[in-house]
Design a protein around this ligand. Structure first.
Ligand code: NAD
Ligand code: UD1
Length: 336
């Protein structure tokens, strides 16, 4: 059985589908600070299989011990964390406590129970502003905000841990920009409040929930002046976790992988693709750059292809179609 921390969240719920479909049993530990149990009920409907759910905090040693005592856990996928960059600048201690302390406590209790297989959600944000593109795993790292700092710290902590004891098998997965939803449209990204990220904002404009998109800057040295990112379909990402878990069975040590498509799309290209997929206009206005944003980011994911046998299969049309399918079926996200 696989313990999925934060498994009720956006990437976690899609990964639960991929794990169940690959034949794994799944236990989710989530405190629902940024998700609802409804997502897991829908995972069960999609897969026809159930998930064991434990409501609790990953920083709570007693809950972790109960889980490890009661169930035979073969490995852990650790999604539980806070992810809003702006919020992390206002509440750095909350971010370090949740993301860093949570990751330390999880590994401590895993060690107590002799569980040593761990997949960690890192982010392309650890590359800061890259000197060249595409970004390879061996590029220099740096953080420009507490969220990114927390990911870098956990990467370092897990690297030190794996070096201290050869029994550990750890994959650090650096996601580029996850978007899209399960093909069924029954699970997807459900941001609370005003979305920070581009794709949920675009889809909320298309569905009529927000009036217009604000495009942060059209004076970048890119194809059309707007920011370029490597958007990756969340189901491709989910399948990357399943591949990483299987691969780790025969490895020791710590291993870093980019999970991206290798293609960059600009904000305006995303707007056009979404209008095409949805048949709805996406009104936008140009505004100044957002502080901390960089011009262009895309991955070199050849290491994941070579080692894990994983490659993103879904394209920008699939990403927009599936986001729209989720958005129109669930205009207000998960509601009871
Ligand atoms: P999400 O907020 O949808 O999911 C995170 C889940 O973790 C939520 O269900 C939340 O309730 C839970 N959680 C948070 N803190 C917890 C705690 N202390 N104990 C138990 N549960 C807790 O976010 P997501 O987009 O699914 O991201 C998952 C992971 O991937 C995060 O670690 C995030 O930093 C990382 N990541 C996300 C993106 C992205 O763009 N979505 C990009 C790179 C990395
Ligand atoms: C953001 C985070 C990054 C995190 C990533 C996860 C910031 C500064 N960075 O990255 O740490 O790892 O999400 O997916 O928040 N855009 C608009 N209008 C909007 C929203 C976004 O024009 O309303 C533009 C941005 O300027 C950027 C692109 O769309 O060029 C993508 O933005 P976003 O979805 O927020 O992702 P990142 O900035 O790549």
């Amino acid at each position: 059985m696989i313990l999925v921390t934060g498994g009720a969240g956006y990437i976690g719920s899609h990964t639960c589908v991929a794990l169940l479909q690959a034949g794994y049993e799944v236990l989710v530990l989530d405190n629902f600070c940024n998700s609802k149990p409804e997502s897991l009920q829908r995972v069960s409907v999609i897969t026809g299989k159930s998930v064991v759910l434990v409501q609790g905090d990953v920083r709570d040693r007693s809950v972790l011990r109960e889980v490890f005592k009661q169930y035979v856990i073969d490995g852990v996928i650790h999604f539980a964390g806070l992810k809003a960059v702006g919020e992390s600048m206002e509440q750095p201690l909350r971010y370090y406590d949740n993301n860093v302390s949570g990751s330390v406590i999880l590994a401590e209790v895993m060690a107590e129970f002799g569980i040593n297989m761990l997949v960690f959600s890192s982010s392309a944000t650890v590359y800061g502003d890259p000197a060249s593109l595409p970004i390879r795993e061996d590029f220099p790292l740096g953080a420009t905000n507490p969220y990114g700092g927390s990911k870098l710290m956990v990467e370092q902590i897990y690297t030190d841990l794996a070096q201290s004891d050869g029994v550990w098998r750890i994959a650090l997965l650096r996601y580029f920009n996850p978007v899209g939803a399960h093909l069924s449209g029954t699970i997807g990204e459900d941001p609370s409040g005003i979305p920070n990220n581009l794709m949920p904002y675009i889809s909320q404009v298309a569905v009529g929930r927000r009036e217009q998109l604000t495009v942060f800057g059209n004076d970048y040295p890119t194809v059309d002046g707007t920011g370029v990112r490597d958007y990756i379909h969340v189901m491709d990402l989910a399948e990357g976790h399943v591949k990483a878990l299987a691969w780790l069975q025969n490895q020791v040590g710590v291993h870093v992988f980019n999970l991206g498509t290798g293609h960059g799309y600009s904000v305006l290209e995303m707007v056009k693709a979404f209008e095409f997929a949805s048949g709805r206009p996406v009104k936008y206005q140009i505004a100044p750059r957002r502080a901390g944003d960089i011009a262009e980011v895309y991955a070199d994911s050849l290491k994941a292809e070579r080692e894990l046998g994983w490659k993103a299969e879904r394209d920008i049309k699939d990403m927009c179609r599936d986001t729209w399918n989720w958005q129109k079926q669930n205009p207000l996200g998960y509601v009871d």
